[in-house]
Design a protein around this ligand. Structure first.
Ligand code: PMP
Length: 319
């Protein structure tokens, strides 16, 4: 990855190479930490804007609340720090990664004696897969690894612990010659990709698994459902058996990193005509118009980098 200049570390901007943690950092051993992935886009007028900053910061607080991780800053401070670090690095387009973790004190499993540390880093990150994948679609497989079961590690929290499972899914897919893996939940129903939510289109109706099927409550998922409904599509959140993938007209992934990426085959079975379908393409187009400021920002989703941070909704604030 390309280094940026500065990282926000517990309230200070430090040089990229100086943003170090101790090997006794509690989260490094036991995996209790929460993070976000946010994109900043260069808009058509040359200004930069962060997409749904408020919702990402709120989700960070929600994840931390589930894991009893008291973030020692207000949501406004974290939002302002995200803007500050983008500006400090003078990046027009970037990916923003806040992380909150338990630092160095003791190594009993109990994390509570350890300090809660926070870092925010930004770097340039283009297409998650390839540029071609955005148009041509991905070849993916159903993973032999299931998503975390309910009452194990909470799927709705964006916690680092969940990404051990995500990495198993991803590594297996790569080893087997696929771009990505799709996980089922422990009951065998469709859940999500290693780091993306999934949608299927059948007879013009758009479906996605509900949060009860061990999925992250994705912000792109919410954006896509909103956009699709505004475009006149019926969108259903419903439990989907695995085989819906094989008989779907279209399947696509969504997420901050992957944006909207079509899937052209699952387990070597062609999806629809084996290339990006018209519904996926229409939603993709609309999504990119919105994030790049080419369509009116009717929902207030764009936070200009050179304007003050909007107040967060307060749903999870201050916990
Ligand atoms: N599911 C998982 C497991 C993820 O890691 C991500 C990426 N954050 C998503 C879904 C998509 O979420 P979002 O659209 O909020 O980035």
């Amino acid at each position: 990855m390309e280094k940026s200049e500065r990282i926000w570390l517990d309230g200070r901007l430090v040089a990229w190479d100086e943003a170090q943690v101790h090997v006794l950092t509690h989260s490094l051993h036991y995996g209790l930490a929460v993070f976000e992935g946010i994109r900043c886009y260069e808009c058509h007028d040359g200004r930069s804007a962060i997409f749904r900053l408020r919702e990402h910061v709120d989700r960070l607080y929600g994840s931390a609340h589930v894991l009893d991780l008291p973030i020692p800053y207000s949501a406004e401070q974290i939002a302002a720090a995200c803007l500050e670090v983008v500006r400090a690095n003078d990046l027009r387009e970037c990916y923003i990664r806040p992380i909150v973790y338990r630092g160095y004190d003791s190594l009993g499993v109990n994390p509570l004696p350890c300090p809660v540390d926070t870092a925010i880093m930004v770097w340039e990150w283009g297409a998650y897969f390839t540029k071609e994948a955005i148009e041509e679609g991905l070849d993916v497989k159903i993973s032999t690894w299931a998503r975390n079961a309910p009452n194990t590690t909470p799927a709705m929290a964006k916690s680092v612990a969940n990404y051990a499972n995500a990495q198993l899914i991803k590594m297996e897919a790569i080893a087997d010659g696929y771009a990505e893996g799709i996980a089922l939940d422990t009951y065998g129903n469709l859940s999500e990709g290693s780091g993306q939510n999934i949608f299927i289109v059948r007879d013009g109706i758009i479906h996605t698994p509900p949060v009860g099927n061990s999925v992250l409550w994705g912000i792109t998922r919410d954006s896509v459902m909103t956009i699709a409904r505004e475009m006149g599509f019926e969108v259903r959140e419903q439990t989907l058996p695995r085989e819906t993938l094989y008989i779907a007209d279209e399947v696509f992934f969504v997420g901050t990193a992957v944006e909207v990426t079509p899937i052209r085959s699952v387990d070597r079975v062609k999806v629809g005509r084996g290339r990006r379908g018209p519904v996926t393409e229409a939603i993709q187009q609309r999504f990119f118009q919105i994030v790049k400021g080419e369509a009116p920002d009717t929902h207030g989703w764009l936070q200009a980098v050179n304007a003050p941070a909007a107040a967060t909704s307060g749903t999870a604030k201050g916990r």
